[in-house]
Design a protein around this ligand. Sequence first.
Ligand code: PBG
Length: 328
Amino acid sequence: MTPVIRPRRLRSTPAMRRLTAETRLHPAELILPMFVREGLAAPREISSMPGVQQHTIDSLVRAAAEAAEAGIGGVMLFGVPAARDARGSAADDPDGILNAATRALAREVGDALVVQTDLCLDEFTDHGHCGVLAEAPDGGSPEVDNDATLDRYCAMALAQAEAGSALLGLSGMMDGQVAAVRSALDGAGFERTAILAYAAKYASAFYGPFREAVDSQLVGDRRGYQQDPANRREGLREAALDLDEGADIVMVKPAMSYLDVLADVAAMSPVPVWAYQVSGEVAMIEAAAANGWIDRRRVIEETVTGIRRAGADAVLSYFAVELAGWLK
Ligand code: PBG
């Protein structure tokens, strides 16, 4: 048999492959998640994420300036406060670590890249949950109170917008959070502050190393508010709700185990769709690479390409700066 159709023709040379590639990576569509911790004398390594640090405000600004130099599109900031309480008071304190660091970033690098902030309470509560707790109606163990949490998110949103965050990352998975925050922002004159909705966020074991990165106090899990990994349609429903509520960008998280959800959302969304390559995805790559079991650079390029191919317009990745360097 002699084949007539020969797809290998388009794979025959590097020049041909380059010309016919359907997906290309560009630094501008990469966003670097960063951590800033209150009370640190010097940046501290996160053992489960080699190369990722908890920053001081000074080292954060320096690293963000390097990220801007590398040409990436933005940074997403997470804060680790020195003191926590049940309602996460440090989250909306204008001098709290996240807001203070945001102010510094907006001032120093706000023209070169988009300064974004995580809007969630889990780093700030002493119980580690993403919202405030209330007694369960049946007298069972306390659960996250959706509507009381919305009030806290609105207060956080105003503090972050005031500090200069250009894009608020709503990652708490409370019902109605986008509508609540949008209306709080608009009511205070922050019509220009945009909302990134973690539209489909799954209750994932891949967040493991992130818990170390933010010294999480969580006991138990987040299955009462984050989505069940078994559910695909539900991801579409969450995204549709967030779009109705006024999300400017919607995100799917984690990335690699949810590429079907990402493709579904990308097929219907009229706004940009992003995906988050989360801490556990990084840790797996680093651990396998450290053992010599995979080619680290090729796997990083392949995973981010796969996330883009599945439909993400931009990708949050801890590899953003390194990857941008390779793309130059
Ligand atoms: C919540 C939040 C989490 C992550 C981003 N935002 C943790 C969680 O939901 O448990 C995880 C990111 C990662 O694993 O890299 N503030």
